[in-house]
Design a protein around this ligand. Structure first.
Ligand code: FAD
Length: 166
């Protein structure tokens, strides 16, 4: 594939102007080399730079070329494997750890956006909607579970609450 050009997407079409990112041509010395310019690599590099480390990011295609430039773009307290599942398979302590990572991740993103003045059209808050009673029970269970992990930033909405928000 043509790694010099982003694949067509909303993000590619609406992104901010790209600064010069030179191609590595010679041997260079650096304290830390981060491989991959997605969320993981960029966040790692920023944290290191903030603590006075010298960092070079090597990206094989473009910044945000992988999942980071093609995702839903939503900061939600959600996990692919539910917290219930993690708790069942790996115990309460590990579920607590993963649960607080989710909150911490969102905070890191918000701090970066504020500190670096990132013009990314951040919108706060989102709605998980239940389409039937079974899904509503799932949401209620999940809500109770997240609450038990100390996350009190979710609110259960009833029918009129949903209508109001939509
Ligand atoms: C369809 C989809 C929707 C998603 N929706 C959401 C969402 O709404 N909210 C959310 O929080 N998460 C979402 N995710 C998950 C999220 O996108 C990923 O967890 C995250 O982007 C992973 O970031 P990463 O930096 O680890 O990997 P990537 O973003 O994939 O970055 C890896 C980078 O490394 C580069 N690379 C790889 N190998 C080399 C090499 N050898 N040398 C140099 N460079 C290399 C690649 O080119 C790439 O740029 C979604 C994912 C997908 C796929």
């Amino acid at each position: 594939s043509d790694k010099g050009k982003y694949p067509d997407s909303y993000y590619a079409a609406s992104r901010n102007p790209k600064p010069d990112r030179p191609t590595l041509k010679n041997d260079i010395q650096t304290e830390v080399c981060v491989v991959g310019g997605g969320y993981s690599g960029l966040s790692t590099a920023l944290h290191l730079i903030e603590t006075d480390h010298e960092v070079v990011i090597l990206e094989g295609a473009q910044i945000g070329w992988g999942a980071s430039g093609r995702n839903g773009g939503q900061i939600v307290n959600g996990l692919n494997a539910s917290l219930q599942k993690i708790q069942k398979s790996y115990g309460q302590q590990n579920a607590d750890f993963v649960g607080q990572l989710v909150t911490r991740g969102g905070k890191i993103i918000r701090r970066f956006i504020a500190d670096y003045n990132i013009d990314c059209d951040l919108k706060e808050k989102n709605i998980f909607a239940a389409l039937n009673n079974g899904q509503l029970r799932d949401l209620q269970e999940t809500h109770a579970l997240w609450e038990s992990h100390g996350m009190h930033d979710r609110e259960m909405l009833d029918k009129s609450g949903i209508q109001e928000h939509i």
